[in-house]
Design a protein around this ligand. Structure first.
Ligand code: SAM
Length: 275
């Protein structure tokens, strides 16, 4: 049985798709959710929901994490030709990495959820669909919005979408220059073993950017495997870590009236040449 079928598709429900699509792509698909285009309300007007929540607006986490990744790669003199985002869900981080890493010849999305891969193919590769998108609605209901054709993201020719877990990415060991993995560490049964899979993917001198809000839950990870800091899974025998670390707000609308806000710990590590 493959790793994909073992990991039953927890994200297949419309509700989950709506949550992720809003959080990742809301600003791209729907101009009214775009922070830069937002009108400043007159003082007497009630605030729109998005104005209440600071900078955790749709797309922001991914824009920031892509920018941080590009800054760290540049600082290290890494030419990011082969890039992989592990557990990349519907593809927003990869979309922004494509903008920030202009040398990328190959941008691989590795995602075990079939439902998320379908969305990634639509939004990264330009696969045709009816333009209706689920969005978080009132409790127990999903809303649907139709994207204007002009708001669909431009297809990325270097992007590839694979429905696989980290251990089944169809590339040789040490293949990638840059690997990102955002908010996955606390959604696997063995975070340390999972980090080992990420190590395997990178070439010596390559950059791993790993982010986690440390929201552990026994549904995914038994309590004895919970960790409190990303550094705990970065074995110094394999990684130089230095001071590449920043907290980035990761905010998820679960329903129209339930917003969960995290600070995701984003850490950059360089694969040791000698390991
Ligand atoms: C909390 S979501 C985060 C998604 C996205 N990276 C983000 O930051 O919004 C966790 C993702 O990890 C994926 N995932 C779970 N186990 C995985 C594994 N072993 N290898 C790769 N991805 C995995 C899930 O399918 C899901 O898309």
């Amino acid at each position: 049985m493959s790793a994909v079928s073992v990991n039953a598709d927890r994200y297949a429900s419309l509700e989950y798709q709506g949550i992720y699509l809003r959080n990742e792509w809301g600003d791209v698909l729907f101009p009214d959710l775009r922070p830069d285009g937002a009108e400043t309300s007159a003082e007497a007007e009630p605030l729109k929901p998005d104005e209440l929540i600071g900078d955790g607006r749709p797309g922001r986490f991914y824009q920031r994490t892509a920018a941080i990744t590009a800054t760290w790669a540049e600082g290290l003199g890494i030419t990011a030709r082969r890039v992989c985002d592990v557990g990349g869900s519907t593809g927003r981080l990869l979309h922004d990495l494509a903008r920030r890493l202009p040398d990328a010849e190959e941008l691989v999305l590795a995602e075990p959820s079939a439902a998320f891969c379908t969305w990634a193919r639509r939004l990264l590769l330009g696969e045709d669909f009816d333009r209706w998108v689920p969005m978080p609605g009132p409790t127990l209901r999903t809303d649907h919005r139709r994207v204007e054709p002009t708001c669909l993201p431009k297809p990325i020719p270097q992007a590839l979408v694979y429905q696989v877990t980290a251990s089944d990415i169809p590339r040789p060991e040490g293949y990638f220059d840059v690997v990102t993995c955002a908010n996955v560490l606390d959604r696997v049964d063995d975070p340390a073993a999972f980090a080992g899979e990420l190590t395997r993917l990178l070439r010596p001198g390559g950059l791993l950017v790993i982010a986690s809000p440390m929201h552990f839950d026994e549904h995914y990870t038994s309590r004895d495997r919970w960790i409190g800091d990303v550094h705990e899974v970065l074995d110094p025998a394999y990684w130089h870590v230095d001071d590449r670390e920043v907290d980035v707000r990761y905010e998820v609308w679960q329903t129209r009236r339930r917003i969960i806000s995290y600070l995701s710990q984003v850490v950059g590590a360089v694969r040791r040449a000698e390991s």
